[in-house]
Design a protein around this ligand. Structure first.
Ligand code: IFM
Length: 462
């Protein structure tokens, strides 16, 4: 019966749609090729869902660009977001409906340490309660320690442009780990250092809203890696409890955003710039995590070549956040030497992102060569109509299964996102959720992809 339902789902899901290539293997068994114990679930981040926060983003959201355009589409604010701070039980019910065995979420630094050295123990206790509830429901918590936001006092001191953040985030990590160590083994220190730096210093659409500053952007990535090394060290020292009994007290990851860059043409310049972009954006961070040497190069602007103590060996697992493919067209007048575009005539998400499942297969196989186990810490699409989400899911899981067959050791998949939420500069327009949020009541309403998601998960060997 289960097989028939899945087959029907997958057949519907695989009706030809421009740009979502056909699944060639038997889709009725999707999920069954994943390894026993594979973590299956969703991801969120505090600022995007909790509501009631006061951090550097709260300030940025209120502002505008010099031409008067608001920083955030439609002047949206994360003031309430999905109100998850007060509705965790609703979120948990949604996770259970999905048959989740993991939930990746972030703990919010500005909530836990609103002023330097001043700790909010009640908030820490609430995060702890979430972890206890998750585990009681067979859902492994995966906790992100920094996901794009900073407390105001940290941002005022320069954030990742300054030096102090290394010590401050290390202390924060010690505090969180000390409180959650008997509940949490899976830790993500930082989310998407490359995106954080590009959006904040090149595109100017994240705080601190600086533009075309590839020098500082590159220094920020290096500082994030240095900070990560200290956070990882802190986790290893403090979290000495193997919460899930698998023989490891810590599984430390960085959630690394990868984009599949292809040259827009066969011209040698496009090929060279695509390779440069790929190295800077995709390769430099895993390479640094493996070797301990940060090597970042923006020709003519900045080269960083620095060995960072504690960086080599700092992760146990590489997290990959994968969404899309870009075509790289040379633009030597631009600080990044390129403009990015996408292949015409293919399905795109509501944000214009090319949907390219083969890219996931390619990255999993490529980064498996470093020797780490991998987790897909994010994968999803903005799809208000809900018509593309199921084929997207089916085909990305299929790509993941092919990567496993090709030798990649993939341990988990977290769909972005559990529910529609505050999508940073895009506000609430971009809807990534497996659940949608009913305006007014904020009720979590299942999309048509909930059942396929659950059905695939049910095929994972237990
Ligand atoms: O919403 C974001 C998330 O915070 C980080 N990774 C990409 C997602 C979709 O843009």
């Amino acid at each position: 019966m289960k097989r028939v339902v899945l087959l029907a789902l997958a057949v519907t899901a695989c009706q030809p749609r421009a740009g979502l290539d056909d699944v060639s293997a038997d889709p009725g068994l999707l999920g069954s090729a994943l390894p026993r114990g594979f973590l299956w679930g969703t991801a969120t981040a505090a600022h995007q869902i909790e509501g009631g926060l006061d951090n550097d983003w709260s300030v940025f959201e209120a502002g505008s660009f010099p031409d008067g355009t608001p920083h955030i589409r439609n002047r949206d604010r994360a003031t309430v977001a999905t109100d998850s701070w007060n509705r965790f039980d609703d979120d948990l019910a949604a996770m259970k409906a999905l048959g989740s065995t993991t939930y990746r979420f972030s703990v919010e630094w500005s909530r836990l340490e609103p002023r330097k050295g001043e700790w909010n123990d009640a908030a820490m206790q609430r995060y702890r309660d979430w972890c206890v509830k998750l585990r009681a429901n067979g859902i492994t918590p995966m906790v992100t320690l920094q996901h794009f936001t900073l407390p105001r006092w940290v941002a005022d001191a320069g954030g990742f442009e300054g030096e102090a953040i290394r010590g401050d985030l290390e202390r924060f990590t010690r505090r969180v780990a000390g409180n959650l160590k008997d509940q949490v083994d899976w830790w993500v220190t930082l989310n998407e250092p490359n995106v954080y730096a590009v959006q904040g210093w090149l595109r100017g659409v994240f705080p601190p809203g600086k533009k075309d500053d590839t020098v500082t952007q590159t220094k920020v990535i290096a500082m994030m890696l240095k900070t990560h090394a200290r956070m990882a060290q802190a986790l290893r020292e403090v979290d000495d409890v193997d919460a899930d009994g698998d023989g490891f007290a810590t599984r430390i990851a960085v959630a690394h955003h990868v984009r599949y860059f292809q040259p827009a043409t066969t011209s040698p310049l496009d090929v060279a710039i695509a390779a440069l972009t790929d190295d800077y954006s995709n390769e430099a961070i895993p390479r640094a995590l493996k070797t301990g040497r940060v090597l970042l190069d923006v020709p003519g602007a900045i080269t960083i070549d620095e060995v960072v103590p504690g960086l080599a060996g700092s992760i146990d697992v590489l997290g990959l956040n994968y969404y899309t493919r870009d075509l790289v067209r040379t633009d030597l007048g631009s600080p990044s030497f390129s403009t990015l575009t996408y292949r015409k005539g293919r399905a795109t998400s509501d944000l214009g992102w090319d949907l390219y499942p083969d890219g996931l297969h390619s990255f999993l196989v490529r980064f498996a060569a470093y020797g780490w186990p991998l987790v897909v810490t994010e994968n999803g699409l903005a799809d208000r109509s809900g018509t593309l989400r199921t084929p997207f899911l089916v085909q990305h899981v299929h790509a993941l299964e092919r990567a496993l067959r090709d030798g990649a050791d993939v341990r988990g998949y977290a769909h972005w996102s559990l529910m529609d939420n505050f999508e940073w500069a895009e506000g609430y327009d971009a809807q990534f959720g497996l659940f949608t949020i009913e305006p007014g009541t904020l009720r979590r309403v299942p999309t048509a992809s909930v059942e396929p998601f659950r059905a695939i998960g049910a095929n994972i060997p237990r």
